[in-house]
Write a protein that binds this ligand. Structure first.
Ligand code: GLC
Length: 720
């Protein structure tokens, strides 16, 4: 008998013993150790808790196992989004590493620390494709590209779950928010989403499909109304796609109250109706709201819901508990001492933070020459642990953060550092301190300025209509720029900001996202040249918020604006040559494209060659280019491959990322970089929603980012 068979037969046995009330109890997740938690547990009235950890969890688990009738263990979940106590960069920053290995390690570390506090389940990775940085939750995902998001999501699933969910140091992952939540109109959180099925299947679903194929144990339905059907009551996505097409046998949990929010959506008449719709659609466990425990017995008695739906949901829940080994090991009893903030955890967090930083400008200002006399460290985010942790850093602690100010003082000696916050805080408009600032930095040889967004401006329910630096931070930059000293800006933020107003005023700009516990040492390593920046942008950076949505894999339109066209037309209304898809008042191109990032050397791409110019359906080609480090410092390049399907039965994007490789090269060294493409890698959904690859001509680029590269051409024939 295999483990799987034994689990299924153990589920059968247990299910047969359960009363309807006990089955329904398993389908409820409570947040926190509420007042009558113990009584509810004792009667088998709950299956899971979120936000209960450590001794509280052990106590409730003991009651569940020893005092409830069937002794079914509880499942403890929490948002361990980018670290538990050792906080890694926000997921958007982790995506900027283009390094699945360090992302996998970060998830492993997070799982190890969370499991030491009795947690079995985290509500991550968030795989929502984000094309709108006004949406505060862009911070929690992996950016705008389906391929990069899929690679990072799979790495997180592997890091959290490992090879065996029963491993005491691994926890279940949760793919969220299923699906399309990030396409909220206007970038306003929780807002309506309209996503044509072809776009849903080619852009928003692929990362979830990759996560399911990687063995993700759970998914979370979302808040959004998707094409008129809320995703927590959407049988098309939850049953037809997830269960029938993908064969997912894990468990689906709702988002917080998302079941009863179908009432304000106008999709459910009341909580009883919401419960019926969510269960019938395929939401196995209700998070926080309790419409299931309140109404399912009567829904069954009235014949509205088949008991089969309940058995299917409870099977999925029990299957997860068996797979986690909770019946054999309901309590981990791991001593957190020596696990939390372990040296190897902090080292991994430092590497992740270092690799997440993206160098967007550098005019001979970085790396800093250690020979200078004094360095001015300025800005409200130079010494703010809470802010560098970013959103969803529940168990991270500000006083355990190593800030940039502390790291630079440690690296250079406190006597060489002149510190001034500049503003009371990052959103402050109080410029009264600026005259003193100008004085203070007078004796410094160079200035490093830390600006950006506080963590509180990022994450859930934190959408912004303007994407400039908040408060008087631009005024702060003006004062420092006027000194004429080398000015390096380090931006911490949970999204792509509009940097146009400051870019010309700084000599270098390093984008650090919200870098986590070890953000300070990581940034200091880069500023001082201990390592070269290697991060690349996982999202497009606009020149203006008015350009949004702006992403690299757009459709060409019938009137594309050539890149060399005057983006601000000078013609007259009768001048047809400028009637293209641009703006009258801003360059139509991004400020920085997807995949962009500088480093402390220069790289040259040469000699692109393809294994064939023509391949049959089902065949593969290899594309190779030579990469040379033409500068003076060792560095890492993220080599990317993009393709374009020139003509399709439906219009196709002008570029799509199909691979990337991090390549370390010493100065003067060269290396061939090879990618393999299979015709299936070029598949898309046609108008009939068939996933196909069509014959025809293609372009490919081996490139440093989405707006450049060596271009090759190939053709796919109708048959092999
Ligand atoms: C929140 C979020 C979700 C999170 C859950 C539990 O509202 O939407 O991402 O995992 O509730 O905290």
């Amino acid at each position: 008998m295999t483990l799987t068979t034994s689990i299924e037969s153990r589920i059968d046995t247990l299910l047969a013993q359960m009363t309807l009330a006990e089955k329904i109890g398993q389908m409820w997740q409570i947040s926190g150790k509420i007042e009558d938690a113990e009584a509810i547990v004792r009667r088998g009235g709950v299956g899971s808790f979120l936000n209960v950890i450590g001794e509280d969890a052990r106590e409730l688990q003991r009651i569940a196992v020893e005092e409830s009738r069937l002794g079914i263990p509880l499942l403890f979940g929490r948002d361990v989004i980018h670290g538990f106590r050792t906080i890694f960069p926000i997921p958007l920053g982790q995506a900027a590493t283009f390094d699945p290995q360090i992302v996998r390690e970060g998830a492993r570390v997070a799982a190890r620390e969370a499991a030491a506090l009795e947690l079995h389940w985290t509500f991550t990775p968030m795989l929502d494709i984000a094309r709108d940085p006004r949406w505060g939750r862009i911070a929690e995902g992996c950016g705008e590209d389906p391929y990069l998001t899929a690679q990072m999501g799979v790495a997180m699933v592997e890091g959290f779950q490992g090879e065996d969910l029963g491993d005491p140091e691994r926890i279940a992952a949760c793919l969220k928010h299923y699906v399309g939540y990030s396409a909220a109109e206007g970038g306003r959180d929780y807002n309506t989403t309209w996503i044509p099925e072809g776009l849903l299947r080619d852009v928003y679903l692929p990362p979830f499909h990759a996560g399911v194929k990687a063995g993700a144990a759970t998914l979370m339905s979302a808040f959004n109304d998707l094409n008129g059907i809320p995703t927590s009551g959407n049988a098309f996505t939850l049953r037809q796609i997830l269960r029938d097409e993908w064969g997912f046998d894990g468990m689906v949990v709702s988002d917080w109250n998302s079941v009863i929010e179908m009432i304000p959506h106008g999709f459910a008449a009341d909580e009883k109706d919401a419960a019926a719709k969510a269960i019938a659609a395929g939401v196995d466990m209700e998070m926080v709201s309790h419409s299931y425990v309140d109404h399912v017995e009567s829904l069954i008695a009235e014949g509205v819901l088949s008991p089969d739906f309940i058995d299917a949901a409870v099977r999925a829940i029990l299957r997860l508990k068996f797979r986690l080994g909770l019946f054999e090991r309901p309590i981990n009893n791991i001593d957190p001492e020596g696990v939390l903030l372990a040296e190897d955890h902090l080292r991994a967090a430092r590497i992740a933070a270092r690799e997440s930083c993206v160098l967007l400008k550098n005019e001979s200002a970085l790396p800093l020459d250690r020979q200078f006399g004094k360095l001015a460290v300025v800005g409200p985010l130079a010494d703010s642990g809470d802010d560098q942790l970013g959103c969803w850093a529940f168990d991270g602690r500000s006083d355990e953060c190593r800030t940039p100010l502390a790291a630079l003082r440690e690296a250079l000696g406190a006597d060489r550092i002149i510190y001034h916050p500049g503003l009371p805080h990052a959103r402050s408009h109080d410029t009264s301190g600026l005259p003193e600032l100008a004085q203070t930095v007078g004796e410094a040889d160079a200035i490093v300025l830390f600006v950006g967004e506080e963590a509180i401006l990022s994450g859930e329910a934190h959408s912004r209509a303007f994407l400039d630096l908040p408060g008087a931070q631009e005024a702060l930059i003006d004062v420092l720029s006027a000194t004429g000293k080398p000015l390096i800006a380090v931006v911490m933020a949970g999204r792509s900001l509009v940097l146009s107003p400051i870019l010309d005023k700084v000599d270098a700009l390093l984008y650090a996202w919200h870098p986590g516990t070890m953000g300070g040492p990581a940034i200091a390593d880069l500023l001082l040249g201990e390592a070269s920046p290697s991060g690349r942008l996982p999202v497009t950076f606009p020149r203006s918020v008015g350009q949004i949505p702006l992403y690299y894999n757009y459709k060409n339109t019938g009137r594309p604006t050539p890149d060399d066209a005057p983006s601000i037309p000078t013609g007259t209304p009768l001048d047809p040559k400028n009637f293209t898809a641009g703006y009258l008042d801003v360059d139509h191109r991004p400020l920085f494209p997807f995949g962009y990032g500088l480093t402390y050397t220069t790289f040259e791409y040469s000699d692109l060659r393809l294994s064939t110019m023509r391949l049959g359906m089902g065949e593969t080609l290899t594309a190779t280019a030579t990469l040379t480090n033409t500068g003076t410092r060792a560095a890492t390049e993220v080599v990317q491959i993009y393709v374009r399907d020139l003509v399709g039965s439906v219009t196709r994007p002008i570029r799509e990322l199909k691979g990337f490789q991090r390549v370390d090269l010493a100065p003067g060294a060269s290396q061939d970089v090879t990618f393999t493409l299979h015709t299936d890698d070029l598949a898309f959904h046609n108008a009939a929603m068939q996933r196909i690859t069509e014959p025809g001509k293609f372009h490919l680029w081996i490139a440093p980012h989405a707006a450049d590269g060596l271009r090759g051409e190939f053709e796919i024939g109708r048959s092999a």
